[in-house]
Design a protein around this ligand. Structure first.
Ligand code: NAD
Length: 249
């Protein structure tokens, strides 16, 4: 399949969760389009190893440690991005955790950790990046189909992702017309995050998906690159479904 590579030359991407399956695919897309890539993750070793596979001399990539639950980390990372590349044009929040727990059995700590990474982290990162974003910039926050439909045994995750959708819409109104803000709602994407779910439910979700398969990380990255590109210049406050039709099934 031929992929569209958007021209991001001279632009700077700030990406959280960059060592993850979807994060790496996003970094590949932007790097291929010529962007400078500030790649942050909780796991510094993993994100540094990945950055070197993309850009051995780290000329256009800057791997950084970033725990998205820490507001001071967000401020530091935004500052480092500006120091190295002069500003931020695209912000993509991909850091996330997906843990199983029924509400009746969920501990306070499980609830709080899932909200902290998936929702608080998006707020802290956006707040820190906004003052450094160039006019015409774009933010894409990764939500989930769970944030629209809910998800059995993942109420904390679904609540956080639903929060990301409406947070992003609200922010879009605040930042217009200077910066566009959208969220994206992946369905099941092939990677470690959904392996437990697939083992528990077999191919139930694949059968329920009109396109009858899992998505790929690159398909999510392609939609995000589009939303950050000039081709999406009239799109803001949208939540884009990239889930093979599972949303309406
Ligand atoms: N994989 C899917 O099927 C799917 C579906 C819908 C939405 N999503 C969302 O897409 C995003 C990326 O998912 P993925 O499949 O790449 O997952 P992944 O588990 O492969 O990657 C997640 C990354 O987030 C990082 N991370 C975890 N906690 C962090 C923290 N406190 N601070 C900073 N980084 C942290 C991890 O180190 C990891 O590199 C997530 O927000 C996820 O909720 C994924």
């Amino acid at each position: 399949m031929k992929r569209t590579i958007y021209d991001f030359s001279g632009k700077t991407l700030l990406l959280t969760g960059a060592a993850g399956t979807i994060g790496q695919a996003i970094a590949h897309r932007f790097y291929a389009g010529g962007a400078n890539c500030v790649l942050t993750d909780f796991d510094l070793d993993a994100v540094t190893r990945f950055a070197r596979t993309l850009d051995p001399d780290l000329t256009r990539t800057l791997p950084l440690k970033h725990d998205v639950t820490e507001p001071t980390d967000a401020d530091r990372v935004a500052g480092e991005a500006v120091k190295r590349f002069g500003g931020i044009d695209a912000l993509v929040t991909s850091a996330g955790i997906y843990r199983d727990a029924l509400v009746e059995e969920m501990t306070d700590a499980q609830w709080q950790q899932t909200i902290a990474v998936n929702l608080d982290g998006v707020f802290y990162t956006c707040r820190a990046a906004i003052p450094h974003m160039n006019d015409g910039g774009a933010i894409v926050n990764i939500a989930s189909i769970a944030g629209h439909r809910g998800s059995h045994a993942h109420a904390h995750y679904a609540a956080a992702k639903g929060g990301v959708v409406v947070f992003s819409r609200s922010l879009a109104v605040e930042l217009a017309p200077r910066i566009r803000v959208n969220s994206i709602a992946p369905g099941l994407v092939d990677g470690p995050m959904v392996q437990n779910l697939l083992q528990l439910t077999g191919d139930k979700f694949i059968q329920a998906t009109p396109l009858k398969r899992l998505g790929t990380a690159d398909e999510i990255a392609g939609a995000i690159a589009f939303l950050c590109s000039d081709d999406a210049s009239f799109i803001t406050a949208e939540s884009l479904h990239v889930n093979g039709g599972l949303y309406i099934a």
